[in-house]
Ligand binder design. Structure first.
Ligand SMILES: Nc1ncnc2c1ncn2[C@@H]1O[C@H](COP(=O)(O)OP(=O)(O)OP(=O)(O)O)[C@@H](O)[C@H]1O
Ligand SMILES: [Mg+2]
Length: 361
């Protein structure tokens, strides 16, 4: 099986509002898929349809190779679900809830008990196994929910914002668990607003906006596309202005021509291919700065409040080496250095903003 989930024009309407609109998406089997989108974009609605908790208005999907409309019971046997809102029984203990889930899926009692113990140890909730769920903290409830969803060893695990509100240590326990489950060959579908989490874990990412799939790629692929788009935008901005100025210049006097050349220069400079390098030098002085400014590859250097400098410079393979060499030659002591590539958050903002503009029309 190549895809663990494949949707075919999957649609969910609430009255005349389309929460999920003709969604066509293929999620690789045995991977970790990040499902992103702004609040209200349609993530939970999609997950609810894929886990057979709600029926689509039209279209369908296959999950683990089974059609959600024709074979919902087969789908349910193959999947686990960690919902956005924990849905355990408050008047039962952690252990009772987990056992109930195991029984629901027909897991034999001895296997159920040993798995429950192992999983509770793994996510560090065993100490609270006899507490009533209504008396647990939010993070403890989430851990209990994770164990309950895994008791029948599902092939595909849907996680709807599983780490929201968790402390950093508990988050890491969950991330490790996701990686471990995936290394056992299980597919994970993870809804999240945490870009760090998504970059850390996910092989592929889909961004949904207003019920429509707005982008789908690997995290690096999405960033590379954005870098290319930015470059293209700059080039076309620059050439458009140059064309207009050239036209006007035809009619201009020699003195006016000089001013127009200045405009063209300015536009070209503003839109040239450049990259940004952020450098922390713990003994930064005028000597280091002026040598950097005099390098032909540097365009602009800004000193930040923190003492860090941001260098706008030529985008070429050798540029970074030349900057480092110049700083070292002038006895500058570099303590940290990074390029400022677009982040997944930048991609998210761009993709979701772009679609909003289209929707607004
Ligand atoms: N039962 C319902 N009745 C009417 N509208 C609904 C219902 N459930 C969801 N919606 C609407 O469908 C849209 C998508 O909601 P959904 O919960 O799928 O968003 P989401 O992407 O999961 O958002 P979040 O990041 O906030 O969890 C929202 O506009 C929501 O108000
Ligand atoms: Mg949601």
């Amino acid at each position: 099986m190549k895809y663990c989930v494949e949707t075919f024009d999957l649609t969910k309407n609430y009255r005349d509002f389309s929460a999920v609109d003709n969604l066509k998406m293929k999620i690789k089997n045995k991977g970790i898929f990040g499902f992103l989108g702004p609040n209200g974009a349609g993530k939970t609605t999609t997950i609810k349809m894929l886990t057979c908790l709600t029926l689509p208005t039209s279209g369908t999907a296959t999950v683990a190779g089974h059609d959600i409309l024709k074979n919902p019971n087969e789908v349910r046997q193959k999947i686990g679900m960690i919902p956005q809102m924990v849905s355990l029984y408050g008047d039962l203990t952690v252990k009772e809830n987990i056992h109930l889930c195991g029984d629901f899926y027909g897991v034999p009692e001895d296997l159920r008990d040993s798995r429950a113990d192992e999983l509770m140890e793994m996510v560090d909730i065993k100490y609270a196994e006899n507490k009533y769920v209504s008396q647990l903290s939010g993070g403890m409830k989430q851990k209990a929910s994770v164990v309950a969803s895994l008791i029948h060893q599902p092939d595909i695990l849907f996680m709807d914002e599983p780490t929201i509100g968790l402390d950093p240590t508990t988050k890491r326990i969950l991330w490790d668990l996701v990686e471990e489950l995936n290394s056992e060959g299980r597919s994970i579908i993870l809804c999240s607003h945490d870009m760090y989490e998504v970059e850390l874990l996910c092989d592929d990412v889909g961004i949904i906006n207003r019920g429509v799939l707005a982008a789908f790629d690997t995290p690096q692929g999405l960033k590379d596309t954005m870098i290319k788009e930015r470059k293209n935008e700059k080039t076309s901005r620059s050439s458009n202005v140059t064309k207009i100025v050239d036209e006007i210049q035809k009619e201009a006097s020699p003195e006016e021509k000089a001013s127009f050349d200045k405009i063209k220069d300015y536009v070209e400079k503003k839109n040239r291919d450049s990259m940004e390098l952020s450098v922390m030098i713990n003994n930064l002085d005028e000597n280091v700065l002026s040598h950097l400014k005099n390098l032909p590859i540097t365009y602009e250097i800004t000193k930040q409040h923190s003492g860090r400098i941001v260098i706008d410079m030529e985008d070429s393979e050798e540029s970074v080496n030349q900057i480092i060499a110049s700083i070292i030659e002038n006895n500058g002591n570099i303590t940290s250095i990074s390029t400022k590539d677009p982040s997944l958050e930048d991609v998210f903002m761009k993709v979701t903003a772009k679609k909003e503009e289209v929707g607004e029309e």
